[in-house]
Design a protein around this ligand. Structure first.
Ligand SMILES: NC(=O)c1ccc[n+]([C@@H]2O[C@H](COP(=O)([O-])OP(=O)(O)OC[C@H]3O[C@@H](n4cnc5c(N)ncnc54)[C@H](OP(=O)(O)O)[C@@H]3O)[C@@H](O)[C@H]2O)c1
Length: 243
């Protein structure tokens, strides 16, 4: 039977690429995007490649759009297999902690933490009927090396705690949903102004890592797994070094 997955923020970047790679494996992809034009354009691009895709309005700043999407999918896709909470923002990663305004932290928390909270809560009933999975695209909770964007880190740290909290609750109450996080490492997208470097992977590589983690048969309940594509990084390093 055809499997189906809802991916938020799937009109571009890692979300779009994940949709493309899962679509090519035969999955029906439901494209969550906050903007109709961008969402429908992504759907057309996927359909042109023979992928079954549909746009759904999901804005993580608008809980009613999340509730409406959950209602729609319960009715039209009662067998939904998975949710990928991919949509996210980084804020201005160049600002140091003393330069940040609390309004910037609030904006990040609203999308990366509260928006995803509402997604998880709203889609748990439907996914639990199908032994479904919720994959959350995340980053490490603490600063590493020169990577210290406080607002982005703190909002994703809350997401990481939430993944573990829901997993513990699901286990205790025998709710049949698996929830986990995936850390990708740096991927060249709009989010980081298409940063490049030996430790940065392409969007195809990043989307591939998410698609693979979503489709694997391993047990990841409550885990934050690392999929930084070490083999790819080594390959890229050798390839780029000789170019
Ligand atoms: N790039 C990296 O190095 C990297 C590494 C690790 C994790 N991640 C995570 O990967 C995810 C995708 O990032 P990306 O690099 O692909 O960035 P991107 O190209 O900027 O894409 C972000 C996506 O999220 C959507 N979005 C933003 N705010 C939203 C909201 N309020 N409601 C619904 N959708 C919203 C955007 O929609 P619009 O087009 O409408 O703005 C876009 O579709 C993020 O969660 C990010 O934190 C990225």
């Amino acid at each position: 039977m055809t499997k189906s997955v809802l991916i938020t923020g799937a009109n571009k970047g890692i979300g779009f690429e994940t949709a493309k790679q899962m679509g090519k494996k035969g999955w029906t992809v439901l494209i969550g995007a906050r903007n109709e034009g961008r969402g429908k354009e992504a759907v057309h691009r996927l359909q042109a490649e023979g992928i079954t895709a549909q746009w759904l309005r999901i804005d993580l700043n608008d809980t009613s759009s999340i509730h409406e999407a959950a209602r729609y999918l319960a009715e039209h896709y009662p067998k939904l297999d998975g949710l990928i909470n991919n949509a996210g923002i980084s804020g201005n990663m160049q600002r140091n902690p003393l330069e940040l305004a609390s309004s910037e932290l609030e904006e990040l928390a609203k999308v990366n933490f509260l928006g995803n909270f509402e997604m998880i809560k709203s889609f748990t009933p439907l996914l639990s009927r199908n032994h479904g999975r919720i994959l959350n695209v995340t980053i490490p909770s603490t600063p590493i090396g020169s990577f210290n964007p406080l607002g982005y880190l703190a909002s994703k740290a809350s997401l990481n705690s939430m993944i573990k909290s829901f997993a513990m609750y699901y286990k205790k109450h025998e709710i049949s949903v698996e929830i986990f996080g995936v850390i990708l490492g740096g991927i060249s997208t709009d989010l980081n102004k298409h940063q490049s470097g030996l430790l940065i992977r392409t969007v195809q590589e990043g989307g591939g890592s998410i698609a693979k983690a979503m489709m694997d048969r391993h047990h990841h309940q409550g885990k934050i797994i690392i999929r930084m594509g070490l083999t790819q990084l080594v390959r890229n390093f050798i390839f780029r070094k000789h170019n």
